[in-house]
Design a protein around this ligand. Structure first.
Ligand code: ATP
Length: 451
């Protein structure tokens, strides 16, 4: 949608810098760290949890709360194994892989250009004359497990690789219990699992990740129009929460790229520091899933109105929390020099920021100041995420808040003791204004609301 398409990420972020800040400031830790980590798995620390929650909250707000045509669902992670046979995942949810007989590593055949081979100095697989690559083979990405006491063929089950199927198999439950009528959607946030072969790039591709998916059921004739509508809606959501327009583009899949279920897909791509990559997919799944499950289960999944009866077509915007969070982090990451000192700042949209306001007594040891600061903090935290900090020099405390993206800091100083005013510092402009202590909460709520 940008007139001129950028080739390179514009800004100070690199994946390494963002990963390092995330670790240093307690957003994200390598999973099982003390055992050397586990590939493509991460644990979220305090600020990571708050940030992810805000991303999910904003998704829920725009997909469910502010609409009257979308309802929520939370389906099980382990579904009846036949679900995955009918959906086509047992047969077709695979990536093409090649093995290198020389270095014994395995690569995605469609991503050889981004992969590094096992020899040093590393080149792309196939880059050395000794590289001996096999023909591509399909590798199913679903994690298998067993349900019940016996471990045999009959007890095989799968950890879901997408949340969507839980929605399709509940179609009848939802249409018969809730006041819905096409066009309507069902939205779900939950963990999905994929045995990804090309890990790396921090949060970008994980083996266990939360998806935010919405299946929008429409009359077949209206599917193409609704597909365009959802691409636009989702694009606006990303822009509204701060991603630069120039870092976003919409790319329609070519016929040979389409998933087994899709009749049209457009990816909303983001220009991560590693290049343009899929941020969110918006697929037109047609009537594929409802028909497959109707046939396999014997339960007709269709819409029956007063004068009509049809199998709806489905438009699906699907994104993971981590890809969204990573894009917000990259876009927000900034480094600058202020008063001859470097500062790193996350210019997160205030609604996404893990902490909205820090309450800081100018002198942490000053009992009169802390006596004013503490009740203000306790009042603020009832309504918004707030943090109290009376350690270290004030400059250091500001820098810490800048690095976790806190948009506002309230400082209690000598003047507060005299006239009950505080300083409100803005993370981005660094402007400081004097405001009444009593009005602080309402002012922040108003700013958050209008941000
Ligand atoms: P990719 O080609 O990048 O692996 P995909 O086309 O397989 O992605 P979809 O099946 O369309 O992805 O999944 C929908 C969304 O889920 C993606 O747009 C992305 O935001 C997210 N997603 C998919 N796989 C992963 C993963 N391994 N880690 C994190 N997020 C993922």
């Amino acid at each position: 949608m940008a007139a001129e398409q950028l080739e390179q990420f514009e800004g100070e972020a690199t994946i390494e810098k963002v990963a390092s800040l995330c670790r240093r400031r307690g957003f994200v830790f390598p999973s099982s760290d003390i055992y050397g980590g586990l590939g493509s798995s991460f644990d979220f620390g305090h600020y990571g949890v708050l940030l992810n929650d805000n991303v999910k909250g904003e998704w829920r707000r725009s997909m469910i709360q502010e609409r009257d045509d979308v309802v929520a669902l939370d389906s099980a992670i382990i579904l009846h194994p036949q679900v995955w046979v009918a959906s086509g995942h047992v047969e077709g949810f695979s990536d093409p892989l090649v093995d290198c007989r020389t270095c014994k590593l395995r690569f995605r055949a469609d991503q050889l250009e981004q992969a590094a081979c096992g020899k040093r100095p590393s080149r792309h697989p196939g880059g050395y004359s000794e590289c001996d690559l096999t023909e591509p083979r399909a590798f199913n990405m679903m994690f298998e497990t067993h349900v019940g006491a016996l471990r045999d063929e009959a007890s095989v089950a799968y950890l879901r690789p997408e949340t969507a199927q839980g929605i399709f198999v509940n179609f009848k439950n939802i249409t018969s219990s809730l006041r819905v009528k096409p066009p309507f959607g069902v939205a779900q946030i939950g963990k999905s699992f994929r045995n990804e072969i090309t890990p790396g790039n921090f949060l970008f591709r994980m083996r266990e990740f939360e998806q935010m998916e919405m299946e929008f059921f429409v009359p077949p004739a209206d599917a193409a129009e609704w597909h365009r509508y959802w691409v636009d809606q989702r694009h606006s959501w990303h822009v509204g929460l701060g991603l630069r327009r120039s870092h976003l583009r919409v790319r329609a899949h070519a016929a040979e790229e389409l998933s087994h279920y899709s009749s049209a897909t457009s990816d909303i791509e983001y220009l991560y520091p590693i290049g343009w990559q899929e941020l969110e997919g918006v697929a037109n799944r047609g009537d594929y899933d409802l028909r497959q499950h109707s046939e396999a289960s014997g339960t007709k999944l269709e819409w029956i109105g007063h004068e009509e009866r049809y199998v709806p077509h489905v438009i699906e915007p699907a994104i993971s929390v981590v890809r969204s969070t990573l894009a917000f982090l990259c876009d927000a990451y900034d480094e600058e020099v202020v008063a001859e000192r470097p500062r790193t700042v996350l210019r997160l949209h205030p609604r996404l920021a893990p902490v909205k306001v820090a309450v800081l007594p100018l002198i942490g040891r000053d009992g009169a100041m802390t006596e004013k600061a503490r009740p203000l903090y306790e009042e603020l935290r009832k309504s918004i995420s707030a943090e109290y900090d009376d350690t270290a020099a004030i400059g250091k405390r500001y820098r810490r808040q800048d690095e976790i993206g806190t948009p506002w800091a309230v400082t209690i100083d000598d003047q507060t003791l005299a006239d009950d005013t505080v300083t409100l510092r803005d993370r981005d402009t660094l402007a400081q204004e004097r405001i009444a202590i009593q009005g602080t909460k309402q002012l922040l709520l108003d700013r958050l609301d209008s941000s």
